[in-house]
Design a protein around this ligand. Structure first.
Ligand code: AHM
Ligand code: MG
Length: 355
């Protein structure tokens, strides 16, 4: 009898794993069918649809016209826009325009938020996103990503300035990213752990891969663009000299934050994009790049810091504000911070000695 029951149990487990889709997972997480749970589930479903459309286009990049290369335009950040940046930006707008879920979308590619037109159903959430993270990887067929964050609209936003978005990262309701790699993965959190899904192209569904991901307290990887060494503060150089002189560290840098972050989330270590001489606040934008990833790493038991402040506590003054980023395993983030604190202490002592 036991021999008969056992294989059936196995089959059920396999079926259950295969059936855990993203929208079902969100509802399970919230243990509710209330309005907010339904909204969050629908929001994640729409994000998943955008991810599938972008992944489909990327998979044909070398085969069809209009996917690779630049548009010839420059975005609000002063960066050259790639055709995929524009396509992906528009995909998010079109999947949310008629959804009745959001009132605004704000992205790296738009100077001002896109407001849902009055003839469309208007929701109470805002989607902030980086449609294509790591754009320089598109034309060479390497991994890229999309990053997203969901916030509730607070107040009326009568003047259309979206000032209520200028709040700290703990105000995020949900955050996550899509990694377009050998497979397409979606990683998200609604403040109840971090969970990853893999797109099964034959089903057209994101299927649960890992639940409650925890970042190790320490990892061997440091991920930073060392070409900026000459532009860094001395404290960041101290950290790099330290890892160069100690056994047990290895460098990985792909040029796409989502891919580098995904590696660290899985294996531990630290990713850094500190301020440089040319960009004292670093390169990465707070509201739709660093804050969503800080939300995820916090949920995974790690940390994100600017070097002097918890990243989730930073209150931006502008929509496209940049922040330095140090993110990953607790011990490795603390190690970088220790060099920053040491240099700050020395500077303070020098100032005091002079006065
Ligand atoms: P993007 O969103 O315009 O692609 O810029 C963000 C990317 C990150 O993915 C990556 O970590 C960083 O820029 C790489 O910058 P750099 O070439 O200066 O190292
Ligand atoms: Mg980006």
């Amino acid at each position: 009898m036991a021999d008969v029951v056992q294989p059936l149990g196995e089959a059920e487990r396999t079926l259950d794993r295969d059936c855990t889709t993203l929208s079902r997972h969100v509802l399970q997480q919230l243990q509710s069918f209330g309005a907010e749970a339904q909204d969050l589930s629908a929001l994640m479903n729409r994000i998943a649809l955008a991810a599938k459309l972008i992944a489909r286009r990327l998979s044909r990049a070398g085969l069809v016209e209009g996917v690779l290369g630049f548009t010839g335009e420059t975005n609000v950040q002063g960066e050259s826009v790639k055709k995929m940046d524009t396509y992906a930006n528009d995909v998010f707008i079109s999947v949310f325009k008629q959804s009745g879920l959001v009132c605004r979308l704000a992205s790296e590619e738009m100077e001002k938020p896109y407001y849902i037109p009055e003839n469309c159903p208007i929701g109470r959430y805002t989607l902030l996103y980086d449609p294509i993270d790591g754009s320089s990887n598109i034309d060479i067929n390497l991994n890229i990503g999309s990053i997203f964050s969901i916030r509730r609209q607070e107040g009326d936003d009568i003047d259309g300035e979206a000032r209520d978005l200028l709040q700290h990262g703990r105000k995020q309701l949900a955050a996550g990213y899509i990694l377009y790699g050998p497979s397409t993965m979606l990683v998200y959190s609604i403040g109840r752990g971090v969970h990853s899904f893999t797109l099964d192209p034959s089903l057209g569904e994101f299927i649960l891969s890992n639940e409650n991901i925890k970042v190790p307290d320490h990892g061997s990887i440091y991920s930073v663009n060392e070409g900026n060494f000459w532009q860094w503060d001395e404290s960041i150089r101290d950290f790099i000299r330290y890892v160069h002189r100690h056994e047990g560290y290895t460098a990985r840098y792909s040029g796409a934050l989502v891919g580098d972050f995904h590696r660290i989330l899985s294996q531990g270590g630290v990713f850094l994009y500190p301020g440089t001489l040319k960009k004292p606040e670093g390169k990465l934008r707070l509201l739709y790049e660093t804050a969503p990833l800080a939300f995820l790493i916090d949920q995974a038991g790690g940390r994100a810091s600017t070097g002097t402040q918890e990243l989730l506590d930073v209150v931006p003054k502008a929509l496209h504000q940049r922040t330095p980023l140090i993110i990953g395993s607790n011990e490795d983030v603390a190690l970088v911070e220790s060099f920053i604190q040491e240099r700050a202490r020395e500077a303070q002592e020098t100032t005091m000695a002079r006065s």
